[in-house]
Design a protein around this ligand. Structure first.
Ligand SMILES: [Zn+2]
Ligand SMILES: [Zn+2]
Length: 209
């Protein structure tokens, strides 16, 4: 009886360990793919933010008033856009993310990672807005997401708003900015563009400080 029980326990342990290792081998690539999609959306948010901050001003054709002026206003009055509604601050990103989804579908590459990328990218400005709000304004859920660093925190985003305002452009997580700053990624990009005659424009809001 004892040896039968031992055999049963050994079989159960070995089945549990097989299930665990099979779960781990399935879960690890899934988690890595999810993290990759989120970080790619974070990078896209940083790339767009950097391009706007470095090159778009009031006199820039087409996007001058809509983007150049809005970004400078955000540097002077960081909380001015906090009162804006969801659609008012996210419609353009939702449109861009929808185009990505349609493009992926057209190329027969639409899977859950593209949906996750699009979902996070479409909400990058909303996450940015939460980083300018106090916990009592954000509510419990958003505050917990920030607390567990699943989305960017107020303290992290504040680094973009100090000094020359030429760093920490990514607005979704706390993880990509330190790496890009360490690599001097944006400065290298600007140096490369300067070589072909595209120069970063002075940020009057940074000079004013
Ligand atoms: Zn900015
Ligand atoms: Zn901001």
């Amino acid at each position: 009886m004892n040896s039968l029980q031992d055999l049963g326990a050994t079989t159960a342990i070995s089945a549990a360990s097989e299930t665990m290792s099979s779960l781990m081998s399935t879960a690890t690539p899934t988690l890595l793919a999810a993290a990759g999609a989120v970080l790619l959306a974070d990078f896209a948010s940083g790339l767009v933010h950097w391009a706007e901050d470095a090159y778009a001003r009031r006199d820039t054709p087409v996007i001058g008033k809509w983007i150049g002026e809005a970004n400078l206003e955000h540097h002077v009055k960081p909380r001015a856009f906090v009162a804006r509604g969801y659609w008012a601050s996210s419609w353009d990103l939702i449109l861009a993310a929808s185009l990505v989804v349609v493009g992926a579908w057209w190329l027969d590459r639409l899977d859950w990672t593209v949906w996750l990328f699009a979902l996070v990218a479409a909400n990058a400005n909303q996450i940015h807005k939460w980083a300018h709000r106090a916990p009592h304004e954000n509510g419990w859920l958003i505050t917990q997401l920030q607390r567990f660093k699943l989305i960017q925190t107020q303290r992290h985003h504040a680094r973009h708003h100090t000094g020359k305002k030429d760093s920490h452009y990514c607005s979704v997580t706390n993880f990509l900015n330190p790496l890009l700053e360490e690599l001097e990624f944006w400065k290298l990009l600007e140096r490369g563009l300067a070589k072909v005659g595209i120069h970063r424009r002075a940020d009057p809001t940074a000079e004013a400080r």
